[in-house]
Design a protein around this ligand. Structure first.
Ligand code: HEC
Length: 139
């Protein structure tokens, strides 16, 4: 009988042993810090370099046109001596207050067209118009 009790106790002990869970001892997982995702930067559209536009000047671009087409009359002793166009200041003043730009852009045959003999080439007219647009610079 004692033996039976002993076996029972032993069995019970074994049973309780087998109930207990066996835990593996593992190396704890290495917790890696998540890397912050880099936000891609929006590509900037490259700016197109602006071609430096060379401003037209009286000395460089206008004087030769006026000399060739206007001063035969627009200087002292000639038919249009009242409005000389032989210097930068005079030509600038004629653009600003005597309608020079209008006069040179009239159509052939229109009253007041300058030069009186006939319209200049469009290139010459455009140059004087642009000189005005560029700010009537001397040099
Ligand atoms: C053949 C002579 C002659 C030529 C060349 C000539 N002009 Fe005249 N211009 C005149 C006469 C004359 C007048 C005055 C009568 C008039 O207003 O139309 C005059 C008037 C002007 C006036 C008005 C002046 C004012 O104070 O009212 C301007 C501006 C002018 N001319 C610009 C020019 C320009 C610029 C050229 C050359 C592209 C030119 N002219 C070529 C004879 C000429």
């Amino acid at each position: 009988m004692k033996k039976a009790i002993a076996i029972t106790i032993l069995l019970a002990t074994l049973a309780s042993c087998s109930d207990s869970t066996y835990q593996d001892i593992e190396t704890p997982p290495v917790i890696t810090t998540p890397t912050t995702p880099t936000i891609p930067t929006t590509p900037t559209t490259p700016t197109t370099p602006t071609t430096p536009s060379t401003a037209l000047t009286y000395t460089k671009d206008v004087k030769s046109i006026i000399d060739a087409n206007c001063i035969s009359c627009h200087q002292s002793g000639r038919s249009a001596a009242f409005r000389p166009l032989t210097t930068f200041a005079q030509v600038k003043a004629a653009v600003e207050s005597a309608g020079l730009l209008n006069r040179i852009q009239l159509q052939s045959g229109q009253q007041g067209l300058m030069p009186q003999g006939g319209r200049m080439s469009q290139a010459n007219i455009d140059a004087i118009v642009k000189w005005n647009t560029d700010g009537l610079k001397e040099n």
